[in-house]
Structures are given as C-alpha cells and as structure tokens.
Design a binder for this molecule. Structure first.
Ligand SMILES: [Cu+2]
Length: 256
C-alpha cells in the first residue's frame, strides 16, 4: 500500500523535484532543536572545509620552515580546537536525543505499545483501566484476530485496543513502548524526528509530543526480511477531541 502523506509533495509537480533536499515538515515538540543542531553541524562542516582549503593553499604558497615552535601553531592547536568543537557537538546531540529516550515520560503521558512483526506494525492502547493486558507468544494468531497474543483470561486485556494505524492527539506527551516479536525492526517517523529500533525480548521506551495534525508514514528502517519493503503503517495526529472520539469509537466497536 502506498501512503499519501500531507507533508510529502507529489511527484507530479516538476517544481518540487528539489523537495528531497529539504527536511520533512516538523510535527513534534523536540524536532526544531534536532533540526537546529543538524544545520549547525552542516554549517560548521562547510566552514571547516573552506578553512582547510585556504590553509592548504597558504601552505603551498608559504616558504617552507622547519622550526619546531611552528608545529604547535599549525598542527596541535587546530587539532585541540577541533577535538573540543566535536566534543561539544557530540554532547549537545546526545542530550537532545536522550531527552526523548532516557529521561522518562511524565506519568500523565499517553501510553501506547508498538509491536514490530514481519512485516507489520501493531499499536495497542491500554483502554480505560490504563493497564496493558498480558500477552503470550503461544497465543499469537493473526489469522484469528489476535496478532499480539493477548491472554483473554487476564482482566486487563479485555479493554485493550489493538490497531494497525497509530492515532495520537496533538500537544499531549506520548510514551511509546516498543517491542518486536521476531527480528529487529526499526521504527521511524521522519516528521516526528523519531527513530528507534524495536528489539525482540526488550521493551524500549521513547517519549515525545506531537504538535501538528496530519497524516504521516510510519516506516521500518531495519532490513528485517523479504517483506521489509512493505512494512509500513500510517500515523494520524488529531486534535484532542477528535482523538477522544476515535478512541471511543474503537472501544464501542469492540464491546459485544
Ligand atoms: Cu521491519
């Protein structure tokens, strides 16, 4: 299935051939800081490239000198400055990234479980009891409508909602817990500036706040098997009232 993604231009407009040169639209609260840091890295790399060529030219034109004191000035000082610059960029990048990964979500964040399986994504909402029901690998039966192996004897699983599309409200923090059933999959939502592997046997949390309503592609970025190319899903970011209506309609449909 091909996605229609609001933020990605269609190929029918020749003026948009340059579109791949730009970043996708930003739809999450942490995105602008990441974009800013990426641009800072690119500008610094460009400046260093220009400086290196100027120094190379100056070195070719200058008369050759062999004094040992020059070694500090032309070699060790720039090396030290570069090491400090790259350390600063790395620490800043790590902090921006860690904010979505290691700091922990607020207790009021919306809980959503994401499971990667060859070759689909499933999204589970805990329901009114706010607790995910137990899943068992032996109960996994996609053909019978139980792709995650929900245990029907666990009372918490009765109100769990499993969906093949990810639907989230705007301006509310989301705590995603990532699982994989078989091999390593890579959850990627470019517009949310989100990319995290889903690893079998582990539950990995990432948290973020969607800001812009729209329809976005959910991709798999790990080569996870022959059907990897078709492992994708849709994310819909809705205003809070529309999200509440969507969730209520899912729950109503599930009630016998
Ligand atoms: Cu995959």
């Amino acid at each position: 299935m091909l996605f229609s993604c609001k933020t990605r231009p269609s190929n029918s407009n020749p003026a948009l051939l340059l579109a791949p040169w730009f970043l996708p639209a930003d739809a999450s609260a942490h995105g602008p800081a990441l974009d800013h840091h990426l641009l800072l890295n690119l500008w610094i790399a460009l400046a260093l490239l220009a400086l290196a060529h100027l120094l190379l030219l100056a070195g070719l034109l200058a008369r050759r000198r062999t004094e040992a004191t020059n070694l500090w000035r032309i070699e060790y000082l720039p090396l030290t400055a570069l090491a400090l610059l790259f350390a600063f960029l790395t620490i800043k990048a790590e902090r921006i990234w860690a904010a979505t990964r290691y700091t922990g979500a607020s207790p009021t964040a919306l809980q959503v479980e994401v499971t990667g399986v060859q070759f689909a994504w499933y999204f589970r909402y805990p329901g009114p009891d706010a607790t995910f029901g137990i899943t068992r690998p032996s109960l996994v039966a996609p053909g019978e409508g139980n792709p995650l192996g929900l245990d029907p004897t666990d009372p918490h699983s009765a109100d769990d909602e499993v969906s093949s599309e990810l639907v989230l409200p705007t301006n509310r923090e989301v705590d995603l817990r990532l699982n994989a059933q078989d091999v390593i999959h890579g959850l990627s939502i470019p517009e949310l500036r989100l990319k995290q592997n889903a690893v079998p046997g582990q539950t990995i949390h990432v948290h973020f706040t969607p800001t812009t309503p729209g329809t976005y592609a959910v991709l798999c970025t790990q080569l996870c098997g022959l059907g990897h190319y078709r492992m994708n899903a849709t994310l819909r970011v809705l205003p809070p009232d529309q999200f509440a209506n969507w969730l209520a309609s899912k729950q109503k449909a599930a009630t016998p």
